[in-house]
Write a protein that binds this ligand. Structure first.
Ligand code: MG
Length: 253
């Protein structure tokens, strides 16, 4: 009896490892099918309401060293890297929100624990020095808010990923730019690949290779049902999407 229980436990553990379900990350919050502007606090709360595994957001550094959340380099016509935070406050999202600071955004996300906060560190157009400064400030902010367990970092800048790794050995850091193999990322202790869907289709062995190296795999930005199913069938760990409602309905099947 005891023996069969052990076997059953081992089998279910193997099963869990092999078939861990793909998880959903809402790209810039859940905005496309809601009234919320992308990267607004409202879009974060929509993603949380949809029980997304994670909600992704983009963080820039202003001229006067404030971390703010927005996708593009510009916020309604104002260039973020060369504007002060007060200058950015002269513009508003259509829902009346100002540009969120990364601090306000994280504090909102920390009101719950079910949805992870996927912090994209944006490359600063003024140069690597500003990008690395942004990395230092990100780690300091996450530590100040005790948000370590709920935040994972992603970045296109390889230098920023290495800086994040050096500043916080336990932080989860994933690389976005698609030009490093799983082996190369493993060698520098980056936790995972977070690549455009075309990169995985060009390198069909990378998901399996990453899994063998115990790296996480994430794909962006997957908005079509057939692409979602393709990556679910590949047992990718995370799918980042502008269509969380569609992905949710497919994952539920
Ligand atoms: Mg992003």
């Amino acid at each position: 009896m005891k023996k069969s229980l052990v076997i059953l436990t081992v089998l279910s553990a193997i099963n869990f490892t092999s078939f861990a379900q793909t998880q959903m990350i809402a790209h810039r919050g859940a905005w496309k099918n809601t009234a919320a502007p992308q990267n607004s606090i409202a879009s974060l709360n929509q993603a949380i309401a949809q029980k997304a595994w994670g909600s992704e957001f983009d963080v820039h550094l202003t001229k006067d060293d404030v971390l703010v959340v927005n996708h593009d380099d510009e916020f309604y016509g104002l260039d973020i890297a060369t504007s002060t935070y007060d200058e950015l406050l002269t513009k508003k999202h259509p829902n009346g929100e100002s540009i969120p600071t990364a601090e306000a955004y994280l504090k909102e996300g920390l009101k719950q624990q079910a949805t992870k906060l996927i912090y994209e560190l944006k490359t600063n157009k003024l140069g690597t020095e500003r990008t690395l400064k942004s990395a230092e400030m990100a780690v300091a902010l996450v530590k100040k808010l005790k948000a370590d367990k709920q935040v994972e970092y992603i970045a296109f800048s390889y230098d920023a990923c290495l800086k994040l790794r050096a500043l916080d050995k336990k932080a989860k850091v994933h690389y976005l730019n698609g030009d490093k193999s799983p082996q190369e990322l493993k060698a520098v202790k980056i936790d995972g690949l977070d690549y455009h869907l075309s990169v995985y289709k060009k390198n069909p062995n990378w998901i399996e290779e990453a899994k063998n190296l115990k790296l996480k795999t994430n794909v962006w930005t997957v908005n079509k049902a057939d692409d979602m199913q393709y990556f679910i069938d590949q047992h990718i760990d995370y799918i980042t999407t502008d269509e969380p409602e569609l992905l949710h309905s497919i994952l539920k099947k």
